[in-house]
Design a protein around this ligand. Structure first.
Ligand SMILES: Cc1cc2nc3c(=O)[nH]c(=O)nc-3n(C[C@H](O)[C@H](O)[C@H](O)COP(=O)(O)OP(=O)(O)OC[C@H]3O[C@@H](n4cnc5c(N)ncnc54)[C@H](O)[C@@H]3O)c2cc1C
Length: 381
């Protein structure tokens, strides 16, 4: 087996959205980057495919070119719980639905244009965080090489074997009944909505995202035991009737358990980014936006030559999204409270809009204080 040695200023492991965004941000700061992924592009993944407005504007600021054909504008969020409907619009700019394959192509295009070196079909075998070495293997001919890097970026996704091999996997695991899973499928049907619609049942939520003029993506999230996608959709009569005559046009693809925690996002010369850095749940649909914010902070720290800057910035990037996610999970686990909350939001749309503005980083969390009594009143009525 051939074994060669090379050097890289930055080696990024994983060319998903987080790894590619980090490579783009690093190149924008003039750093030399090599990115590897064990798969071949374009890479798909189970995802709701909704981009929050701040995620979309991060893509624009990275110079990622997305045409009108790639994006389906999204005006806001709509919750559907039986006959109760609550909806709110994003403040300021719109979000978008985008097929992961198109997003991947656009990110790859921008990274290449900026001069990042992208190696496909190459997997990480092991990483030595303190020495700054990675052992890689080409998937097709199994040739091995050792790369010495000043910084190593771990962007290998939710299950991140690298996080575990660096000793950064948190031992805390949710009990089986609290484990959550996600799956998605696409349907050939003209979108009937310009919102991300979230349909709630007592054991699942389904996210409908328009992703093309004749296509919607449906992502289902649920907790506890394994369940069939179709059964979960059938338990949502409003959604099931919409999809009844629509043709399924993508393979069912799922992932889980979702909750993962890293003990630290920096170790030696390695930094974790995206889902590899820790993930609570997909219930708020903002993993991509959060990953793009992290990518900017990580590239900035590498440009300054010190990963401690990233370790310091990281908590402030994830604090609010994680708090919102935990709040939503609280509702998800208590159907009576969820029903009350959605009913309250349907009666107080301005309060829902304020929540969404906080969620989109448009307003501070403190701006919820003046509207809290109104929400409480509707909750108690
Ligand atoms: C059901 C569901 C719905 C979601 N809905 C939304 C949504 O609507 N909006 C949103 O913003 N977010 C959503 N998310 C979250 C979003 O999908 C993730 O946050 C995002 O994909 C994270 O990107 P990533 O680059 O960190 O990981 P990934 O996209 O998983 O990329 C990791 C990459 O690493 C590569 N890799 C792994 N191991 C190795 C190795 N050893 N060597 C080389 N390469 C390797 C993989 O091939 C892969 O390409 C959802 C998630 C789920 C599960």
């Amino acid at each position: 087996m051939a074994d060669s040695r090379s050097r890289a200023r930055i080696l990024v492991v994983g060319a998903g959205p987080a790894g590619l965004a980090t490579a783009i941000e690093a190149r924008l700061r003039g750093l030399t980057v090599r990115v590897i992924d064990r798969r071949l592009p374009p890479i798909d993944k189970p995802c709701g495919e909704g981009l929050m407005p701040d995620g979309l504007s991060r893509l624009v600021s990275m110079g990622v070119r997305l045409g009108a054909d790639d994006l389906s504008p999204i005006r806001g969020i709509r919750y559907v719980d039986g006959s109760t409907v609550a909806e709110a619009e994003f403040p300021g700019s719109r979000g978008a639905g985008i097929r992961r394959l198109r997003l991947h192509r656009a990110l790859v295009g921008r990274a290449e244009e900026l001069g990042a070196e992208l190696s496909w079909g190459v997997e990480l075998l092991d990483m030595e965080a303190h020495r700054g070495t990675c052992r890689l293997r080409a998937v097709d001919d199994r040739a091995e090489q050792t790369v010495e890097a000043e910084f190593m970026v771990v962007a290998d996704g939710l299950r991140s074997p690298t996080r575990a091999s660096l000793g950064l996997e948190s031992p805390d695991k949710p009990e089986p009944e609290w484990r959550r899973y996600g799956a998605r499928r696409h349907y050939r049907i003209a979108p009937w909505t310009d919102h991300v619609e979230v349909y709630w049942s007592d054991r699942a939520e389904a996210y409908v995202t328009p992703v093309a003029p004749d296509e919607v993506g449906v992502a289902v999230l649920w907790g506890g035991r394994k369940a069939s996608f179709q059964t979960l959709v059938d338990e949502l009569p409003e959604l099931a009737s919409r999809l009844r005559d629509a043709r399924v046009i993508s393979k069912l693809s799922g992932i889980g358990p979702l909750r993962r925690r890293a003990l630290s996002v920096v170790k030696g010369r390695a930094a974790l980014v995206g889902d590899a850095a820790g993930y609570v749940d997909a219930i708020t649909g903002e993993g991509l936006s959060v990953a793009f914010h992290q990518a900017g902070a990580l590239a900035e720290a590498m440009a300054r030559g010190d990963l401690r800057g990233y370790a310091k910035a990281y908590p402030s990037i994830v604090r609010l999204p994680n708090a919102m996610t935990e709040l939503m999970l609280l509702l998800e686990r208590r159907p009576w409270l969820r029903r009350r909350a959605i009913r309250a939001l349907s009666k107080a749309p301005a309060v829902f809009e304020r929540f969404l503005a906080v969620h989109c980083r448009h307003r501070s969390a403190g701006s919820l204080i003046p509207v809290a009594p109104r929400l409480l009143r509707h909750l108690l009525l």
